[in-house]
Write a protein of this length. Structure first.
Length: 151
């Protein structure tokens, strides 16, 4: 009787494939270097906007990004409503839409060269590494840009 295939040969091929896969997993996923310091950048870094105008900000340098709006400078309040909104709070890009412009009676800082503007910051925080990890391998870095609301 003639054998067409051998269980021993098939077992050797299967075993060899599994060993190769295990070596690949170890080389790629389990023996990684710790995350070193890194920098996040935001573009554009400064922009002028008028009421109902939108601008898209983008971030680079990390894997995950969270966006936040800062307080309005120049002592101007949000009592008349928000100055602007973000299209999202996560992702590589967000769009800021201006909802207001400084009114003629708006109090703005006399230290400003242009008294017709209100300044707001937008900050992006980028994360590299594992989030929620107990071994502390996640790192964050931030960058800030300036939004000038003008008349």
């Amino acid at each position: 009787m003639k054998k067409i295939w051998s269980m021993t040969g098939l077992g050797f091929v299967l075993c060899g494939s599994l060993i190769g896969l295990a070596a690949l997993v170890i080389a790629v996923g389990c023996d990684s270097e710790p995350i070193q310091d890194f920098a996040v950048s935001i573009s554009p870094q400064r922009v002028d906007v008028r009421k109902n105008q939108s601008v898209t900000f983008s971030a680079t340098g990390a894997v995950r990004y969270e966006w936040t709006l800062g307080e309005i400078s120049n002592g101007v309040s949000d009592t008349a409503g928000p100055w602007g909104i973000l299209s999202a709070t996560t992702g590589e890009e967000v769009t800021y839409t201006s909802l207001r412009q400084p009114a003629e009676t708006e109090e703005v800082s006399e230290e400003d060269e242009d008294l017709n503007r209100v300044i707001r910051t937008i900050t992006v925080t980028g994360t590299m590494g594992l989030t929620g990890s107990s071994n502390g391998t996640a790192r964050t870095a931030s960058a800030t840009a300036y939004i000038y609301h003008i008349r």
